[in-house]
Design a protein around this ligand. Structure first.
Ligand code: ADP
Ligand code: MG
Length: 223
């Protein structure tokens, strides 16, 4: 079964000065259940545009995006909310996703409560388990983002994304902002969790070698 399918997807950005930028041109892509797909391309080739299109953050200029066989742009509000629980994104710069005054516990617990899966006490139990799985002890829950390193923050972001048991996870250059030694640890973590938790993944990177190491199939984006 196809978890995700992109059919003839194009995206043209119109700038204020009237310029038009074709960031995605007739992209066709299929991701089957359980696959780890790589999308590889140079900077500016339209990778993040593709990630945002899949996440429903922007609309395609033409083409269709299907999730479990249904076109996401035709989702009702309710279906869209459930899509946002089933599809999770992990972006490049972890710090961008945190608000400085929010404790790690609040950041993690919010989506679980938003999506109404559990009570607060159940959510807290679930959280501690996820912290352990990403290699952080429970004491980090009580800290603020500024007290964590980039690698630790990305672990928290991964815990948050996976705590909703998503069917599909999009990683957009999720280790590019980290030091090389930390990068490898985060990649190992993702690969280990992928083996345990059954989710389908799209791994977006400029690093072909890395994609070859960890993905089942690779799509190359050309500029
Ligand atoms: P990548 O993630 O591969 O580096 P992007 O998807 O970020 O590529 O960008 C692809 C192209 O689209 C680039 O030329 C970029 O400048 C342009 N672009 C991205 N976002 C916007 C936007 N919101 N408005 C106008 N142009 C954009
Ligand atoms: Mg990008």
């Amino acid at each position: 079964m196809n978890v995700l399918e992109l059919k003839q997807i194009s995206k043209i950005y119109s700038k204020n000065n009237g310029d038009r930028i074709k960031a995605a041109d007739d992209i066709n892509l299929v991701v089957k259940k359980g696959e780890a797909i790589g999308i590889v391309g140079e900077s500016g080739s339209g990778k993040s545009t593709l990630a945002k299109l899949i996440a429903g953050m922007i609309e395609p200029t033409s083409g269709q995006i299907l999730f479990n066989g249904e076109v996401i742009s035709q989702y009702s509000r309710k279906a869209l909310k459930s899509y946002y629980a089933k599809m999770q994104m992990v972006f490049q710069n972890p710090l961008d996703t945190f608000s400085p005054k929010m404790k790690i516990s609040s950041y993690l617990i919010q989506p679980m409560l938003n999506h109404g899966y559990m009570t607060k006490s159940e959510a807290f139990k679930h959280l501690s388990q996820w912290m352990m799985r990403v290699g952080l002890d429970g004491s980090y829950l009580d800290k603020y983002p500024s007290e964590l390193s980039g690698g630790q923050l990305q672990r928290v972001v991964i815990a948050r994304a996976l705590s909703l048991n998503p069917q599909l996870v999009i990683f957009d250059e999720c280790t590019s902002a980290l030091d090389a030694s930390i990068q490898k640890k985060i990649i190992d973590l993702i690969v280990n969790i992928e083996h345990e938790a059954a989710f389908t993944s799209v791994f977006i990177t400029h690093d072909l070698t890395l994609a070859c190491d960890i993905c089942d199939r690779i799509y190359i984006m050309n500029e």
